[in-house]
Design a protein around this ligand. Structure first.
Ligand SMILES: Cc1cc2nc3c(=O)[nH]c(=O)nc-3n(C[C@H](O)[C@H](O)[C@H](O)COP(=O)(O)O)c2cc1C
Length: 199
């Protein structure tokens, strides 16, 4: 499928038909997520993949009873990671193992330390959250490209999800991405004209 067709045919699926997406396809999807861009390449996200139906049933009330939670094949819980000390150290190690010259990785991690050093905890969280949304974008279009459907979902209680899934701090669940095969039909696309969004 052309990228334009993927973008135009992807839609926020409200109900899936409970068929399982093969694990190989989920791995491919996670590869697409993994290659998302991020500021200074810090990749401040983690994803919890839920397949257990009992766990999905437990989570459903914490997502306002939305049916995608229990009818999807896999539920991807996108968590923002705001721990920049650890993220920067981790990137330093990764750059080293990729043979990036010492002076380059010292410069990159130094810039990151300087940039994040002045941020409040709220700013760090907001920055991580924004980038986690970019990774989610890859998952949404990626699912369509791989032959299945998805829904971006912000309608859930992050505290309840953290409790039920035992998500360790400092990770914060910020978006859900149930994936599977749609059991509904897309609504017509309703979007503002290009002239409305450029100025
Ligand atoms: C941040 C965000 C939160 C959303 N939360 C939900 C949600 O909780 N439940 C849902 O069914 N759709 C949710 N959506 C999907 C939007 O309603 C949908 O993308 C929008 O209406 C456009 O429709 P389309 O994606 O089908 O083109 C969310 C989308 C975004 C980007």
């Amino acid at each position: 499928m052309e990228f334009a067709d993927i973008v135009m045919s992807r839609y926020a699926t409200k109900k899936f038909d409970t068929r399982k997406v093969p694990e190989t396809k989920i791995r491919e999807l996670l590869e697409l997520v993994r290659f998302a861009p991020s500021a200074m390449n810090l990749q401040p996200w983690k994803i919890k993949v839920i397949t257990d139906q009992k766990v999905k049933e437990q989570l459903k009330p914490a997502a306002f009873g939305q049916e995608q939670i229990t009818t999807c094949s896999h539920l991807l819980v996108f968590c923002a990671d705001p721990d920049y000390d650890r993220l920067i150290r981790r990137l330093g190690v990764l750059l080293k193992t990729h043979g990036v010259p010492e002076e380059v990785h010292t410069m990159v991690t130094g810039m990151a330390v300087q940039f994040t050093g002045g941020m409040s905890p709220d700013q760090k969280f907001a920055w991580s959250q924004a980038q986690t949304y970019l990774a989610l974008g890859n998952a949404l279009n990626g699912a369509k490209a791989l032959g299945f459907d998805s829904c971006p979902m912000g309608g859930f209680d992050p505290k309840e999800f953290t409790r039920i899934l035992n998500i360790p701090p400092p990770l914060v669940p910020v978006m859900l991405c149930p994936v599977g095969y749609a059991a509904d039909k897309p609504m017509p696309k309703v979007r503002f004209a290009t002239e409305e969004i450029i100025f």
